[in-house]
Design a protein around this ligand. Structure first.
Ligand SMILES: N[C@@H](CCC(=O)N[C@@H](CS)C(=O)NCC(=O)O)C(=O)O
Length: 334
């Protein structure tokens, strides 16, 4: 079955997430010990060590179809079962089970429930990845009354949480983005470094903006009294924001410039295709552009025309457009 394969040839191999990605054949073994997984591959663009794969974990025109999608091994099993349970009823039942197994369509993907507040916040990137990838999910928006009950049940007292099927709930939006991004095919391995660089830069912007944001919500985290009057908090927030948007050296101004440079000719953050980097960057730009942060004008992006074009281009993606139109319609109907 491995006769047509050669070291160095390109094929697609199944990664640990169950998806197939481009890979190169590193070695082919004829040893009996390796008969179950005779082909060693390395994933293109990944730094991980090569792995041994069985033929049904590989896709290539050079591999016979029968090896890629093995016949269900149900028949021999049925014989064994029938011998062990000779009563006609049990036999029929066993046969029916085998038939069902053989005819069973591909397993449906597990359900995804993403719980977060009714804001974009740190979950929007995950929603966007799922929306663009046309991956069905439950967009569970938690109001503050429900949050009061739910908070003590969460791992870190925070949202978002994600539940896959009826498994344990997971936290941390970055982990969810990468997981969902793989499902949505928005993580091309050859772009891993560029994707992570863009995500890192977006996180830097987040750290630049956060102190003024949290000063308004949790002044005690910055050494001020918890009951600090709103006007005093606002004064500090405005001062902080004036510093970060200063031209040309304010950190937010600088970072937006770097983001524009990283985008280059685009059209998306990592080139021709949309990736999770776009899903991470766009909500940040949306947040800044909304003009909801006192002291950060809605025109903040005007100095970065390529970022604005990119922003508009992203919102023209049919799935994204439909998603925001649907949300706007739902908000208008309230
Ligand atoms: N590192 C976490 C941060 C999550 C986080 O900060 N969640 C905030 C909302 S953005 C939260 O749940 N706040 C409510 C609370 O602390 O009670 C992630 O990225 O998921």
């Amino acid at each position: 079955m491995t006769d047509n394969l050669e070291v160095g040839m390109k094929l697609h191999a199944m990664y640990s997430d169950g998806e197939f990605y481009p890979a190169l054949v590193d070695a082919i073994s004829t040893s009996k010990n390796r008969s179950k997984a005779p082909v060693k591959v390395s994933f293109v663009g990944y730094d991980e060590a090569p792995v041994w794969k069985s033929l049904d974990n590989l896709k290539s025109k050079k591999i016979p179809k029968s090896a890629q999608t093995p016949e269900p091994k149900a028949k021999p099993k049925a014989k064994v079962k029938a011998k062990a349970a000779p009563e006609p009823k049990a036999k029929a039942k066993a046969k029916a089970k085998v038939k069902a197994k053989a005819e069973k369509p591909k397993r449906a993907p597990p359900s995804i429930k993403l719980s977060y507040f009714g804001i974009e916040g740190v979950a929007e990137k995950i929603r966007l990845a799922l929306v663009i990838g046309k991956v069905e999910f439950e967009d569970d928006r938690v109001d503050f009354a429900r949050w009061a009950e739910m908070k003590p049940t969460t791992k870190y007292g925070q949202l978002p949480v994600m539940q896959i099927g009826d498994g344990e709930p997971f936290a941390q939006s970055g982990a969810m983005l990468r997981y969902c991004g793989r499902m949505a095919r928005l993580c091309p391995p050859q772009s891993t470094l560029k994707i992570e660089e863009a995500i890192g830069l977006e996180e830097d912007i987040g750290r630049t903006v956060a102190p003024s944001l949290y000063m308004g919500m949790k002044p005690q985290q910055y050494g001020y009294p918890e009951d600090m009057p709103k006007e005093e908090r606002t004064k500090i927030q405005l001062k902080l924001r004036a510093t970060i948007i200063e031209k040309p050296d304010g950190p937010l101004f600088q970072q937006l410039g770097w983001m524009e440079k990283l985008l280059g000719e685009g059209p998306f953050m990592c080139g021709k295709s949309v990736t999770i980097a776009d899903c991470q960057v766009i909500p940040r730009l949306r947040h800044l552009k909304k003009g909801i942060l006192d002291g950060i004008p809605a025109t903040i992006l005007d100095d970065f025309p390529k970022l604005v074009e990119y922003y508009d281009r992203f919102h023209e993606i049919p799935e994204v457009k439909a998603y925001y139109e649907k949300l706007a319609a739902a908000a208008a109907a309230k």
